[in-house]
Unconditional design. Structure first.
Length: 199
């Protein structure tokens, strides 16, 4: 397998990719800033498995373009399978978003271990991003000493950003639907589940 050590930005970034596999990878970039481990962005038919990620930002990330440009390009991330991975120290062990403008669908993440992460499962977007985040399945996870086990928010903002202004529902409004979470063991979380901004 491959081993990445240091502090690059977004260690592995699959952009506009199809039929890609990431397997037996070790990423050690903790405590680097903005050092996402594996980013799948506007790609489809992707498999990630049997990997270890120790990072200063999100561990495994699913994105699909940002704001108006992401909606214009309209390339979703879809049909991604993630299994048998361990994530250490990350902000989120597996994060969907916040760049969701091209939509995200059909993501399955099973047999995942999160240790000392700020969040385990993290689904985030905000007004302005738009896109549909749907058909996500998380099964057979173990989380130890995490800040928040499961976080879902449509009010995400980066550190230092002001809260977004309220606006009517539109193409700029992200939609979350059909999310299944099962067989999750959370040991030592400050908060098990936090859901913000959803009806």
């Amino acid at each position: 397998g491959l081993r990445f050590i240091g502090s690059p930005m977004w260690t592995i970034h699959l952009l506009y990719s199809e039929n890609a596999t990431v397997r037996n990878v070790i990423i050690e970039t903790h405590p680097g800033v903005h050092t996402d481990g594996i980013v799948v962005d506007s790609s489809r038919f992707v498999r990630i498995d049997d990997s270890y990620i120790d990072t200063g930002d999100d561990g495994i990330v699913i994105k699909s373009g940002k704001d108006a440009d992401g909606r214009r390009v309209g390339r979703p991330t879809e049909d991604v399978t993630i299994s048998n991975c361990t994530v250490h120290h990350a902000h989120g062990a597996l994060t969907i978003g916040s760049e969701t403008s091209g939509s995200v669908r059909n993501i399955v993440a099973s047999n995942i271990t999160a240790v000392d992460t700020e969040n385990g499962i993290r689904i985030k977007s905000r007004r302005g991003r738009g896109g549909v985040i749907e058909d996500l399945r998380f099964d057979n996870w173990t989380m130890r000493n995490v800040g928040e086990g499961i976080v879902v928010t449509s009010y995400y903002r980066m550190e230092g950003e002001v809260a977004p202004v309220e606006e009517p529902l539109s193409v700029r409004t992200p939609v979350f639907r059909n999310i299944a979470i099962s067989h999750i063991t959370i040991d030592g979380a400050k908060t098990a589940i936090e859901i913000e901004g959803l009806p």
